[in-house]
Design a binder for this molecule. Structure first.
Ligand SMILES: [Zn+2]
Length: 283
């Protein structure tokens, strides 16, 4: 595929994901990922011990997806969708068996980590998000629950994806300028014993560029820390100073195991059904 610009590629790969989903008729919310892989010419999906989440390889005339057997089911589904995405990006090592052997130690197989192109990695993540969580269905959950922790949990359980993938999809389809930061209780590489709630991962789909320094820590009086200590949904205004995420924001935070999911709103949306209100509703 010729590289024109990333936005054109992004809309193309989203279109391919929607087309692929339509190939296998299913009325289930959780797309039949193995059948979709098969429809893309992948003959086997194999779970093995791996250092990465997964990889797509050529084995003779076959295309095979290897998945890290230690990942949970939802992470495996996302990884599998990501690897299917690679079949669209025209990697010559996948398409042309005459290049076999050029990858050296990997016995002619194309393996994920030999690929330098991080744009492809980004596009394959976009592909997975679009394939696993249909826009209309997520938008209808957003209308029902508003952008909230509850909505993230519903997306995750309905579509069989991780909370991270669900939060990403919710943020990108929300009409407001919503971003997501995951904090994790951990040390720094150069100071492993200095354990704090630190930036682990984040996404701000409505912004051109966001810089989030990994390992930046949440302040001791932050709502992030409060939600970690209480285990409850904690929300309110907070002045942020993490990379390019600065100034007064409205945060909604919830602890999950040793992490905190933090929804970052630019403003307090007047019409939002808050997570604290939801908690008091009868189930
Ligand atoms: Zn990849």
């Amino acid at each position: 595929m010729a590289y024109f610009d990333v936005h054109t590629q992004e809309s193309l790969i989203r279109k391919w994901a929607r087309q692929l989903r339509a190939v296998v008729a299913s009325d289930r919310s959780q797309v039949p990922i193995a059948s979709l892989a098969q429809a893309r010419g992948i003959s086997r999906i194999i779970e093995i011990p791996l250092h990465s989440d997964g990889l797509l390889a050529r084995d003779g005339n076959e295309l095979v997806i290897y998945l890290n057997k230690q990942l949970g089911v939802s992470r495996q589904r996302f990884t599998c969708a990501h690897e299917i995405g690679h079949t669209y990006l025209g990697n010559p090592l996948l398409n042309d068996s005459s290049t076999k052997g050029e990858v050296g130690k990997d016995k002619g197989c194309y393996v994920e980590f030999t690929q330098q192109n991080s744009i492809d990695e980004y596009l394959c993540d976009i592909f997975a998000v679009e394939l696993l969580m249909p826009r209309e269905a997520v938008e209808s959950l957003l209308n029902q629950y508003g952008a909230s922790i509850r909505c993230v949990q519903r997306i995750s359980s309905i579509f069989g994806v991780s909370l991270s993938a669900a939060a990403w999809r919710m943020a990108e389809l929300d009409r407001e300028n919503l971003g997501v930061i995951w904090f994790k209780k951990m040390g720094k590489p150069n100071c492993p014993e200095d354990v704090r709630l630190r930036v682990h991962w984040g996404v701000f789909p409505h912004q051109q560029r966001t810089y989030l320094p990994r390992y930046d820590s949440a302040k001791a009086d932050s709502l992030v820390v409060k939600s970690f200590l209480s285990g409850q949904v904690v929300e309110g205004p907070e002045k942020m100073d993490i990379g390019s995420v600065r100034g007064l924001k409205h945060l909604v935070c919830k602890r999950f195991y040793n992490t905190v999911l933090c929804l970052v709103f630019d403003n307090v949306p007047a019409s939002r059904v808050t997570d604290s209100h939801l908690k008091t509703l009868p189930i």
